[in-house]
Design a protein around this ligand. Sequence first.
Ligand SMILES: O=C(O)C(=O)C[C@]1(C(=O)O)C=C[C@@H](O)C=C1
Length: 314
Amino acid sequence: MTPRHPSDLRRFGYLGPRGTFTQMALDAWDGARHQEQVPFGSVDAALEALRSAEIDAAMVPIENSVEGGVSATLDALATGDPLVVIGEVLVPVTFVLCARAGMPLSSVRSVGTHSHAWAQVRTWMATHLPDAVYVPTLSTAASAAALGQPGDVMFDAGVCAPVAAANEGLEILAEDIGDNRSAVTRFVLVARPGTLPEPTGADKTTVVLFQRDDHAGGLLELLEQFAVRGVNMTRLESRPTGEAMGSYCFSIDFEGHLQDARVGETLMGLKRVCADVRFLGSYPRADGVRADARVGTADTDFDTARSWLEQLRS
Ligand SMILES: O=C(O)C(=O)C[C@]1(C(=O)O)C=C[C@@H](O)C=C1
C-alpha cells in the first residue's frame, strides 16, 4: 500500500465547539488551516467519525503538563479499529473566568468547564470562589457557548480560553487564572493507518503494549527493550484495559521513527515479549528536538552488525 501523504488530508475533525484549545492546535497545524474543520462534542465522537471515514484526520488532546494524560484519548486509541498519530502540536494554555453581562464575581455560585481545565485552576478557585460548585462540560468552549445562548444554564460562569469568551460576547471576570502560568497541552493529529510521515531526525513514536501475563519484572522486561537499544522514552502511562481488576496496558511515547534501525529492533523485541503491540504512529516532534543516537545504536551500527552476522553465517 502506498502511504497517504499528510498533505492529502482535507476534512479535519476536532473537539469543539469553536474556541477550544483543540481548535487552536488545529489552526496551528499548517496543513489544516485552510481546510474544512468539523467540530465534535467529544474525543470519542471525533475518533469514531475518523474510523468511519466521515473525516480524514482528527485533532485531539493527549497530555497536559499539569494534569497529565487525557484518558479519553489514550483509551480510545488503545482499543477499537486501529488509528495512527501523524503529528503533534503544543499549545500554551491560559484560562479566563467569564460570565453573562451583569454577573459580578461575588455572585458566582457555580462554574462550568472541562475537567482538565478545572484541575488547572483549582488553586485560583479555592482562593477566590471557595464555595463555587463545579459543573463539568464537554470542553472549555462548551461552557462559553452555553452562557452565550439565551435561556437557563446550569452554571453562572465558565472557564475557557480568552477567544471562546470573545466568540460568545461574554464578560471577563478574571484573566490568566491558571495555577501554573507555563501550562502546555499536547495535541495529536490522528489519521487512519496508511499515513506515515517521513522520518525527520526529530521524531516520536507511540505504542500501546499489552503484557502476556502478570509476573515479577514484567514491566522491566518491556523497558529493557528500549534501554539496550538506546531508545529514550518521553511518556509512559499505565491504563486499565477494562477486562479485569488489575489488568493494565502501557501507553508509551519514545524518540525515533519506525524507519530508524534502533526503533525497528525495539519494536521486534517488544513483539516477542508482549501479548500485543499496538503501533500508534511515528511523527515529527513539535519541539524539533533531534534524538541523539548513543554510541552503538545508530543505523550504521545495526547495519554493520547485521552484515557481520550474515558473513559468519555464510
Ligand atoms: O476543552 C478544551 O478547550 C480542550 O481543547 C480540551 C483540553 C484538555 O482535554 O486538556 C485542552 C486543553 C486544556 O488543558 C483544557 C482542556
